[in-house]
Design a protein around this ligand. Sequence first.
Ligand code: UT7
Length: 342
Amino acid sequence: MTPAPRTDARTTRLPGSLPVAALGLGSFLPDEVVTNDDLAEKLDTTDEWIRTRTGIHQRHRLAPDDATSDLATRAARAALDDAGMVPGDIAEVLVATTTPDYLVSGVAPIVADNLGIRVPALDVNAACSGFVYGLRQAAGLLATGSGPVLLIGAEAFTRAVDPQDRNVAILFGDGAGAIVLGTDDAGELGPFDLGADGSDPTSLYTPVGGTREPATVDNIDERRNFMTMRGREIYRFAVAHMSASSLAVLASAGLGPDDVDMFVGHQANIRILNAVADKVGIPAERCHTTVHLHGNTSAASIPLALAHARDNDRLAPGDRLLLTAFGAGLTWGSCLLTWGTA
Ligand code: UT7
């Protein structure tokens, strides 16, 4: 397909998109920074192994008394301040997370309460694809007339992985990013390409603690209440699905890689991100990466990367972003977002 010509004044909308703008953006990272060398003091690993296999240099870890909702609330407040809005302006709260405060009872209602509002509030659990799935849910809400939607990606994965398991403990960090989305011609959201293949959730899952295998003294003793994964398999899945999905979004929009100002993939592993960017045809200077600073923060990784880009003057109104993610489920998703602030 021949890409549509790029114009500065975007007077017509892309197929499958909505006039949705980011009214505000905010993030929160816990104070504690854990370096690779810190981990190597307790695990059979090295800074060199972690950097070369993953691109991660450090990650943040939440404070002992904090839970996911605390991170989410701080990011939400920052996004509201950025938007010049008060909590009462928000019509819906969505929290993309796989590491909720409690197994039963969502994070979003707690965040809404922390903000002092009683509005519909629910969690989106699509693991690391959660923020892109959340954008799709927000678009649907806005299309049916909702007022501004507060979408937060928040995770405390350092609590969900076994600190003694070097296969996963080195990968994850904690944090939250939030965006306020509203119907507004200043921005554009879509088209989307989302997918899920639930045929083998065991490739990336927490075996114990759900209804399939409730926690017992024995299975906790075996440390099966922590997340586990088959890394190489997930790596191949991630590269294949994030690149195919990104290309599918560009094809439905009638655009090519040159029409993308910034590519922000789920920050899991720099090798995965480079391979996807290469397959999609986006050069390194138009990719924004934060995996070296934050590690894998799952559903928080894309909004954290967006906030980092904005804070470092790499994100400007009118920029067309290509977002893509993959995660447990297995799930994947991509979309275009034209940055606009009302
Ligand atoms: O958001 C989704 C979350 N999941 C992911 O993003 C996972 C995607 N997968 C990956 O990022 C990569 O597969 C990993 C970073 C997890 C692993 O990299 P790899 O190049 O695929 O390494 P590998 O699994 O093939 O392991 C190579 C070796 C193994 O030793 P042997 O069997 O070759 O002797 C591992 O035991 O590296 C060993 N190893 C480690 N060595 C030092 C595994 N973890 C470590 C470690 N330090 N932390």
